[in-house]
Design a protein around this ligand. Structure first.
Ligand SMILES: CC(C)(COP(=O)(O)OP(=O)(O)OC[C@H]1O[C@@H](n2cnc3c(N)ncnc32)[C@H](O)[C@@H]1OP(=O)(O)O)[C@@H](O)C(=O)NCCC(=O)NCCS
Length: 435
């Protein structure tokens, strides 16, 4: 084969088993896996496939929801930089943007907020269902189960081909997730469930359902409401991460969106996805004071442990969300009083960012480095951290689901396998084998 570029958007492949050449089109920097299927040793042989556990280099969809450039540290929802959305928008407007693909007019925004606000209540049987969990049930397990249970309350949700119907379920789910999340929290505390207060905004209402006791009205400090709202915005979507992939994969069977989102909550429950911020807190507590940082860093460099909250599979630069969260942490601590762990975290970050080990490996703070500190300042137990993540991620899951069900290219998600087991064994009945 010549080394000269032909300028064509194709890939020429020579199968050295047969000596045959194939020309495969390249579109958007990818080849279609099905085009490899024509590469065969013989007509009765299976076509060539790719092996990619964890989808590390396989695109599963075309998507116009979220753009990430990990090398540059860029995150955009529908083309808008995350920094601008976090500073100037609010969670419900961002949810509208993700779902509809464009910013709302004033009338659209008002209608959206009204709809979401008036769907925050759940059927009383959802309440009894949640009360039935064991006293120490993990709130993520409760959230996953109750999200899935909503499908039984809205059987019309199965009609996913109808646009109005889809819209209805999307509104319901964004509206009800804080109710389910707050009740999962109250249950473990043995406290009565607090009904939604529709006079309050989305995030203020969530705080009321979490923390209200005997007062007539729960009014959270505006700075805390803003900080939590920003955290929801930062978590609202992150393109094809594990939980979104779960939503899409389950959604590809054309099941109702509650069942698909319940799968997303399940994926988020796993420690590899939603659990690093808790590990950061444990690490900071173990370090204990600034003087111990150099010894800790030396241990990390010797490979004894990891600097939790640093490094990311996609971001090889400062995670843009970490910068915003650091600022939010300072705002929150102004209200709640400082946490000495924040000073340790900031010093740790400063030292790590100047250290050749971290610079060379492009290890920067990620979204989890400061978020646990904020959640702790709100007095959330670590089990609640992923519940907060799930509430924030719900519009993203739904935007991706909506895109999936309208995408003509999509099929039921059904990967191939490379079979490694036995074949053509002869079965002997138990009576013979055990004789
Ligand atoms: C997120 C994470 C799993 C990404 O992993 P990855 O993209 O597969 O990166 P790798 O594990 O290949 O790491 C590349 C190098 O950096 C090192 N490294 C990665 N993260 C590190 C960390 N947090 N502390 C110390 N060293 C780290 C690895 O040991 C490896 O070093 P080597 O080249 O000498 O072997 C990883 O950075 C990590 O475990 N971070 C801590 C946990 C965390 O904060 N997770 C939340 C993610 S949002």
């Amino acid at each position: 084969m010549s080394n000269e570029a032909s300028g064509k958007d194709t890939l020429t492949v020579r199968d050295n088993r047969t000596g045959q050449d194939y020309e495969i089109p390249i579109t958007d920097g990818t080849i279609a896996a099905k085009d490899l299927g024509q590469i065969k040793v013989g007509d009765d042989q299976p076509g060539l496939a790719t092996y990619d556990p964890g989808f590390v280099n396989t695109a599963s969809c075309r998507s116009a929801v979220t753009y990430i450039d990990g090398d540059q540290g860029i995150l955009e929802y529908r083309g808008y930089p995350i920094e601008q959305l976090a500073e100037k928008s609010n969670f419900l407007e961002v949810a509208y943007l993700l779902i509809h693909g464009a910013l709302p007019t004033k009338a659209e925004y008002d209608a959206w907020v009204h709809e979401i606000t008036y769907h925050t209540f759940v059927h009383e049987n959802v309440k009894s269902f949640m009360e039935g969990f064991r006293y120490d049930a993990h709130p993520m397990g409760m959230l996953m189960a109750s999200t899935g249970a909503l499908s039984t309350f809205y059987p019309d949700a199965r009609n996913i081909t109808d646009a109005d119907n889809r819209h209805m379920q999307i509104v319901r789910m964004i509206a009800k997730m804080p109710t389910l999340g707050a009740w999962s929290f109250r249950h473990a505390q043995g406290k009565p469930f607090v009904y939604p207060d529709n006079d309050l905004g989305y995030t203020a209402n969530f705080l009321s359902m979490l923390f209200k006791m005997s007062e007539k009205k729960f009014e959270a400090d505006e700075r805390l409401v803003k900080a939590l709202d920003v955290l929801f915005i930062l978590h609202a979507d992150h393109e094809q991460n594990a939980s979104t992939n779960a939503v899409r994969s389950v959604g590809s069977t054309q099941v109702d969106p509650y069942s698909a989102v319940a799968a997303g909550v399940g994926a988020l429950f796993g420690p590899l996805h939603g659990g690093a911020n808790e590990a950061v807190l444990r690490m900071l507590r173990r370090i204990g004071s600034k003087e111990n940082i150099p010894a800790f860093i030396a241990g990390v460099k010797d490979g004894n442990e990891k600097l939790m909250g640093f490094g990311h599979r996609v971001y090889k630069n400062y995670d843009p969300r970490a910068k915003i969260i650091k600022k939010s942490a300072e705002d929150v601590f102004e209200v709640t009083g400082t946490n000495p762990l924040l000073d340790i975290a900031k010093e740790l970050e400063k030292i790590a960012l100047e250290d050749e080990y971290f610079v060379k490996r492009k290890l920067y703070p990620n979204v989890d480095f400061y978020s646990g500190l904020i959640y702790e300042a709100f007095q959330f137990p670590p089990e609640m951290f992923t519940v907060l993540f799930a509430i924030g991620r719900t519009p993203g899951w739904l935007a991706q689901w909506l895109e999936l069900v309208q995408d003509k290219d999509q099929k039921i998600a059904r990967p191939k396998q490379i079979y490694t087991g036995d074949r053509r064994l002869t079965f002997a009945p138990a009576s013979e084998r055990w004789a």
